[in-house]
Design a protein around this ligand. Structure first.
Ligand SMILES: Nc1ccn([C@@H]2O[C@H](COP(=O)(O)OP(=O)(O)OP(=O)(O)O)[C@@H](O)[C@H]2O)c(=O)n1
Ligand SMILES: C[C@](O)(CO)[C@H](O)COP(=O)(O)O
Length: 248
């Protein structure tokens, strides 16, 4: 039985092993700079900004763990936060699984946060943690959609794709990270769900177990840096924060 007087321990796994193909050629995406600071450092700081987070596991490109570890040591965190760097895998799912394998046994809440969402505000992080602590096994921050969404019947590139349906927009949400989990539930999901079954986020793996997933409000500034225009937006948000909030 767990000791009720033991403080709750929250860890964050940050998958940062992607290449960033959609962003264009260059340095792996997580190491590209925003306002002169690597995107990964912003993401690590965003997790460390929550007073609840005491351990951060960064999942580096498979052959880049030593370099990432060295880089992160140039940007020290507050004493309350430990940092571990492990090598990642060929897919996001594999990278997250490798990050989870580095967690100690005594973690009560685990967050999974994309390095590619460097500007998530701490209030969003804390809202996700609070919902897991309140008993939800899986929590995702999400926003309503601004665009109408069509389901299509896929065709080879260059051929117009027939529309087969229009899901009711009011029932759809665009999902962000950090996603928060009861660690046993997330570990079971990663152990059970086979790669390539179409889950594009960790909550999707938990859904396949049949476990409940709940949504809390996301934030516009938690957007994912995916394409070149996202970098322009991220630089603008960062410049505004630095001018108005004293953000580093
Ligand atoms: N093998 C992989 C692939 C992705 N990621 C991480 O998963 C997050 C979300 O992925 P995405 O934005 O798609 O990043 P990339 O895979 O780098 O982008 P792209 O698909 O454009 O190459 C990123 O922080 C990315 O570093 C990872 O850790 N390991
Ligand atoms: C996890 C995620 O950020 C939730 O929106 C998203 O699914 C990652 O997708 P990607 O194509 O791997 O960037």
């Amino acid at each position: 039985m767990s000791d009720p007087s033991r403080p709750i321990r929250t860890a964050a796994v940050i998958p940062a092993a992607g290449r960033g193909v959609r962003l264009g050629p260059g340095t792996p995406k997580a190491l590209r700079t925003l306002g002169g600071t690597p995107m990964l450092v912003h993401a690590v700081r965003a997790m460390a900004a929550s007073r609840a987070v005491s351990l951060i596991v960064v999942v580096a490109p498979p052959d880049g763990a030593t370099e990432v570890d060295r880089l992160l040591h140039e940007y020290p965190l507050a004493d309350r936060t430990d940092l571990v760097v492990v090598p990642g895998g060929r897919t996001r799912q594999e990278s997250v699984r490798l990050g989870l394998a580095a967690l100690p046994q005594d973690i009560d809440v685990v967050l999974v946060h994309d390095a590619a969402r460097p500007l998530v505000p701490v209030d969003t992080v804390d809202a996700v943690i609070a919902a897991v602590r309140a008993g939800a096994p899986a929590v995702v921050p999400a926003l309503p959609l601004a665009d109408t969404v069509k389901q299509i019947d896929p065709r080879p590139q260059g051929t117009p794709e027939p529309v087969v349906g229009t899901p009711e927009r009011a029932l759809l949400r665009a999902v962000q990270t950090p996603q928060g989990f009861d660690p046993a539930t997330l570990l079971k999901a990663h152990d059970t769900v086979v790669e390539g079954e179409g889950a594009t986020d960790d909550a999707g793996l938990v859904e396949r177990l049949g476990a409940p997933v709940v949504v809390v409000p996301g934030h516009e500034e938690a957007f994912k840096v995916t394409r070149p225009l996202d970098l322009v937006l991220a630089e603008a948000v960062l410049a505004r924060r630095r001018a108005t909030d004293g953000y580093v």
